[in-house]
Write a protein of this length. Structure first.
Length: 358
């Protein structure tokens, strides 16, 4: 029987159908914003220097990208979207597995769109009350079952927690000492607004590499790719009451960062590129998203995560927000303990792995 899947070795072009398939799967739903084709084409061009890339697609109901690093023993899959068709799914992943074996790969991991700076992971379980937040992994509920049926297992798990307004006072109480002493530590807090983002952009790029380079499946990216993700438009989304850089007063070195923003999803699609100053008051419900927190390895164990959390809490204490989402924490990360003592709603996510060779 003729294969329904076409195997396309990437050579500077991506078929238009690649960008049409997600809309067929998600329909006109606002659950998942559509992709930016030009940004993805640019990403493929950048990553082709370091990876062999193969696209598997029927051009209608399924797409998958095999990502084979030229200097690594493990392969990845990403840009995966599929109708609930196990036969089609098994056929495509069979082609991917054969290519991985031919290239000597020890395992397949995903979904990762090249690296963890880009979209990665699946959401597992029921849809949470918030529906979706910006850059949250969102997918049909049958996706994990499709992977499990062909031998993939959860490799790493993650969690998002929603803490409701009525439970915030208990959260504040646990960090009261940090709130009270925040002005007494030998560090400067620099508000991350668009002006300061532009001023410190390259320093932020270098700091984030130092903070996160030890994370599983992390791969360094170029400053050019960093700017694609963390652009001027990104900085305009940030909440200036809770996003900040931390600078060591003695050395002048940037040592920590927190990136927070409102959940703007209720404004989509009328406003696709929100701006905090312009659009915050348009939100029908104001949820603070604590998205990224990190400390330079040389400055850990000094309480800086707690102090950044305390800084962000001021916007909650002052009533600017109604509740808070603590986003995409790794399940085994110490930061997950931050809200253990208060009630919360949670959502789970996972990266999957299939071992190809022992």
């Amino acid at each position: 029987m003729m294969s329904r899947i076409e195997r396309i070795v990437y050579q500077d072009s991506i078929p238009d159908s690649f960008f049409e398939i997600p809309e067929k799967i998600y329909g006109k739903s606002l659950v998942k914003p559509m992709e930016e084709a030009e940004a993805i084409r640019s990403l493929f061009e950048m990553e082709a220097a370091h990876h062999d890339i193969i696209i598997y697609t029927d051009h209608e109901h399924f797409r998958l990208t095999g990502i084979f690093p030229k200097k690594a023993a493990n392969a990845y899959f990403g840009f995966w979207e599929s109708m609930d068709d196990q036969k089609l799914h098994t056929e495509a992943f069979g082609l991917l597995k054969n290519d991985a074996l031919k290239k000597g790969s020890l395992s397949l991991t995903g979904p990762i769109n090249f690296n963890t700076f880009q979209p990665n992971r699946l959401r597992v379980g029921d849809v949470p009350s918030w529906g979706m937040f910006d850059k949250e992994p969102v997918n049909p509920g049958y996706y994990p079952d499709l992977l499990s049926a062909i031998g993939f297992r959860e490799k790493l798990t993650y969690e998002t927690r929603l803490i409701f307004r009525k439970n915030l006072p208990a959260l504040f109480a646990s960090k009261d000492s940090f709130v009270k002493t925040i002005g007494q530590i030998p560090f400067d807090f620099i508000t991350l607004n668009p002006e300061n983002w532009a001023l410190y952009a390259h320093d932020i790029f270098e700091l984030m590499h130092l903070i996160f380079k030890a994370n599983p499946f992390y791969k360094a990216i170029s400053y050019e790719q960093f700017q694609l993700i963390y652009s001027d438009q990104f900085s305009e989304k940030l909440c200036p009451h809770s996003s900040l850089l931390v600078r060591d007063q003695e050395s002048g070195q940037l040592v920590a960062i927190s990136l927070c923003q409102p959940n703007y999803h209720a404004l989509y699609p009328l406003i696709k590129e929100p701006h905090f100053i312009r659009d915050f008051e348009k939100l029908p419900h104001k949820t603070l998203m604590a998205k990224t927190f990190g400390v330079h390895p040389d400055f850990r164990r000094q309480g800086l995560l707690n102090y950044m959390g305390a800084y962000g809490m001021t916007s909650l204490i002052e009533g600017i927000y109604e509740d808070v989402l603590v986003c995409l924490m790794r399940s085994d990360n110490y930061s997950a303990h931050f809200s253990n003592h208060v009630p919360y709603e949670s959502a789970k996510y996972a990266l999957y792995e299939k071992i190809l060779r022992d």
